[in-house]
Design a protein around this ligand. Structure first.
Ligand code: ZN
Length: 191
């Protein structure tokens, strides 16, 4: 089921999400819905708070990017969606890189963000099995962006106050539901 994506301004995007306690049918359904919702929006990552669920869970699928990549880059990337439940970033590289980010909850805004170039992440997969991965390149970038969502952090929090000021009007329009996206969205209007 394709779920509406919560937009900037919605308080759920600013909450710290809660641990997923167990694997059950509800969880499997949620994962399937999140993957479907991400794909429908042409996204490469989606975190549970973005569909209004306050859970420590996100999905990543970099396969749409593979076609435009050189073969040696492609070989290191998964061509299937990855599911990260109760993730914990356990290591970050000292080396940092700048990369342009966007977010399905903040349509039409792209900004350069500096983050560690590689991370190690411990998590449970879709089968609720414990796993650990060390990633770099675009995968490290998407994982860090989605991981932030679980702590109520948005990529805008990593840019300069100057850049945020420039985006202020556009952000206000998003929060008021005055922007449109090419996928179903939901705005929490202030009471
Ligand atoms: Zn995002």
């Amino acid at each position: 089921m394709i779920l509406p994506i919560r937009l900037f301004g919605d308080p759920v995007l600013r909450e710290r999400a809660e641990l997923v306690k167990r694997a059950d049918e509800d969880l499997n359904g949620l994962i399937a819905d999140m993957i479907e919702t991400m794909r429908n929006a042409n996204g490469i990552g989606l975190a549970a708070p973005q569909i209004g669920r306050n859970k420590r869970l996100f999905v990543v699928d970099v396969s749409p990017l593979l076609d435009s990549m050189a073969e040696h880059e492609r070989a290191e990337l998964p061509d299937q969606p990855l599911v990260f439940i109760n993730p914990e970033i356990t290591w970050e590289s000292d080396e940092e890189v700048e990369y342009e980010e966007g977010c399905l909850s903040i349509p039409d805004i792209m900004e350069d963000v500096i983050r560690p170039s590689a991370v190690r992440i411990a998590f449970r997969d879709a089968a609720f099995k414990r796993r650990e991965l060390q990633v770099d390149s675009i995968l490290a970038r998407v994982i860090q962006h989605e991981y932030d969502h679980l702590d109520g952090v948005l990529f805008l929090d990593h840019i300069s106050a100057f850049r945020r000021q420039i985006l202020k009007r556009k952000l206000r329009e998003i929060a008021r539901g005055e922007t449109t996206a090419e996928y179903p969205t939901e705005v929490a209007l202030a009471a």
